[in-house]
Ligand binder design. Structure first.
Ligand code: UDP
Length: 327
């Protein structure tokens, strides 16, 4: 199989590239390096099976050229993470909407199968726990910048279904709080990376609100495994899947676990949402996937326990920090 991975130098994308190469697939990784890093896939290049192209999914001709000749496109390139989206909602929407339409059109034109990386954010602040793939989406006002991310990703899903009705063979995966090595160590994109870097630096762990909000943290290796299943299992076509762990953890408990695992002396500092994100911010109180559909159709279950995944992530962040301090 020859695969195009958009966002191939990113946190999940680069680990997907590695997993595809180890299956024996040929891989073309496209990334504009706005968030991703070439260092994430440098070790994959030069073996003959992997090529890296620096470019944007907004470049329609480039995307079309790269997709032609590929049997599958994994579309992960996007502006992701609440912080990034709140900081620049216009860019988020342009990349996530125009860029995705370019990728879908290119996959359709080339006859490739496609996996669209979507997000648990599409469920918004729904209270129908656990979130079932066909359940309702509940969003707040359009004045709340955060919901532009949910909306743009949901529109991506609508676009994918529209192309599917024309014949595109596609599947959608919704990631639930993926974490692991290669998260941005500055912690901009994820609470896990942020807390670990704070704990390693001996700084307070900044828990937003009362810390009772929950997430189901999913180790990146599991997210990658589910993504490949969505691109290869025959019954997955035309369907969307939650890819998440069934274990629900509060943010305050996550902070305590990270303090324990790192042996840090850091304390927890409770920070009002308004101070962290400005006024007009809303945060889902609970986010829990229904794991049934992915289990039944893909045979997927997240299997890496949180403690183990956090331990591996802490180790990676320690090594990264050591390399950085040695210049
Ligand atoms: N969070 C926090 N402290 C931080 C960063 C994030 O308490 O320094 C909280 C955030 O408000 C949310 C949860 O952690 O309730 C998960 O945030 P993240 O940005 O990782 O992902 P989200 O689930 O919001 O997409």
């Amino acid at each position: 199989m020859k695969a195009l991975v958009t966002g191939g130098a990113g946190f999940i994308g680069s680990q997907l590239v590695e997993a595809l190469l180890s299956r024996g697939d040929e891989v073309m990784a496209l990334d504009d390096l706005s968030i991703g890093k070439e260092a994430n896939i440098r070790h994959c290049l030069g073996s003959g099976g992997c090529e890296f192209v620096r470019g944007s999914i907004l470049d329609e001709d480039l995307v079309r050229r790269l997709a032609s000749g590929c049997s599958i496109v994994y579309h992960l390139a996007a502006v992701v993470g609440v912080h990034y989206v709140v900081a620049d909602p216009l860019k988020g929407m342009q990349v996530n909407l125009r860029g995705t339409e370019n990728v879908l059109a290119a996959a359709f034109a080339s006859g490739a199968r496609l996996v669209l990386a979507s997000t648990s954010e599409v469920y918004g602040k729904s209270f129908q726990i656990p979130f079932v793939e066909d359940g309702d989406r509940v969003l707040g006002s359009t004045k709340v910048g955060r919901w532009s991310y949910s909306t743009s990703k949901a529109l991506d899903e609508h676009l994918a279904f529209a192309y599917a009705s024309l014949g595109l063979r596609m599947s959608i995966v919704r990631y639930f709080n993926a974490y692991g090595p290669r998260l941005d160590p500055r912690g901009y994109g994820s609470v896990v990376a942020r807390f670990i870097s704070q704990a390693l630096a001996g700084e307070p762990l900044t828990v937003h609100g009362d810390g009772n909000q929950t997430r189901c943290f999913t180790y990146v290796e599991d997210s990658v495994k589910g993504t490949i299943l969505a691109g290869t299992v025959a019954g997955a076509e035309g369907e969307q899947f939650n890819l998440g762990s069934a274990r629900e953890t509060s943010i305050a408990d996550l902070a305590r676990m990270i303090v324990d695992l790192t042996g840090s002396r850091s304390r927890l500092e409770f920070v009002p949402y308004a101070r962290a994100y400005g006024e007009r911010f809303e945060d889902p109180q609970r986010r829990v996937p229904s794991v049934q559909k992915a289990k039944e159709i893909l045979g997927f279950e997240a299997s890496v326990p949180l403690e183990q995944g956090l331990r591996r992530t802490v180790q990676w962040m320690r090594e990264t920090e050591t390399r950085r301090s040695q210049g």
